[in-house]
Design a protein around this ligand. Structure first.
Ligand SMILES: [Zn+2]
Length: 236
């Protein structure tokens, strides 16, 4: 299977669904990770341009751990909007990767980049199908089916009730290793929010694990709309 996870900022995928991506990768699926912003505002001290370069390297080392292909869109932090131009760019990513499943942010997460990404991916999943809708760059053929879309957890799990779970117990170390590559954010989020990222990720996965009877889990909500519904479970 081809798996496409689309996050807003460079470390979101690691926080919210890296365990599941590791399970997919371990069983031989092809994993693509796209993220919309450069992460350039992820520091109070480092200038944005320098920060973007640091975060690119961090995202690359993380993706390398599970052999995922990165598809960054290069938008500055805080500038993701629900726009036709971005819809076209995400349509092209979906057409190019031909995903059997798409994972993105839940519609009500904690900040604009996340919420706009959720809407953009929802719209793009549908528009990747009609032949005469132009992607950007318009190079990949349209899809014959609308790929199933799954929403990943919110930050802090707030307002999110999973409907499906993935047991990530065997790959919990991999998830933590991936998140640990985002060294700049581990320091920044501690300073900004008093958040210990690694402890947070373990606690969230343990909490979701309690809900479904395993040690560590990630939770998802499938987007149930015509015509992307499938009678099959697409999660591992
Ligand atoms: Zn984020």
């Amino acid at each position: 299977m081809n798996i496409l996870a689309v996050g807003a900022n460079p470390d979101d995928i690691e926080f919210l669904c890296a365990g599941t991506l590791a399970v997919y990768a371990n069983r031989g699926d092809t994993v693509f990770i796209s993220y919309l912003t450069t992460g350039d505002k992820g520091s109070s001290d480092v200038p944005p341009e320098e920060m973007a370069a640091i975060r690119k390297e961090e995202a690359e080392s993380s993706a390398r751990i599970i052999g995922a292909t990165l598809l960054p869109l290069g938008i500055p932090d805080g500038e993701v909007e629900v726009s036709l131009s971005l819809r076209r760019r995400i349509v092209e990513i979906i057409r190019k990767t031909k995903p059997d499943v798409v994972i993105t942010h839940y519609k009500n997460d904690y900040m604009s980049d996340h919420n706009c990404t959720s809407r953009l991916v929802f719209d793009a999943a549908f528009w990747s199908m009609p032949k005469h809708f132009e992607g950007d760059p318009d190079s990949s053929p349209c899809l014959s089916l609308c790929p199933p879309l799954l929403y990943m957890d919110t930050l802090g799990g707030i307002g999110f009730q999973p409907q499906e779970y993935v047991d990530i117990t065997d790959v919990m170390d991999t998830k933590i290793e991936m998140l640990s590559q985002h060294k700049s954010q581990i320091g920044y989020m501690n300073d900004r929010d008093g958040l210990d990222c690694l402890d947070y990720a373990k606690t969230m996965a343990k909490f979701r694990g309690y809900q479904c009877g395993v040690a560590y889990a990630e939770g998802f909500v499938p987007q149930r709309v015509y015509p992307s519904l499938s009678p099959k479970r697409v999660l591992p």
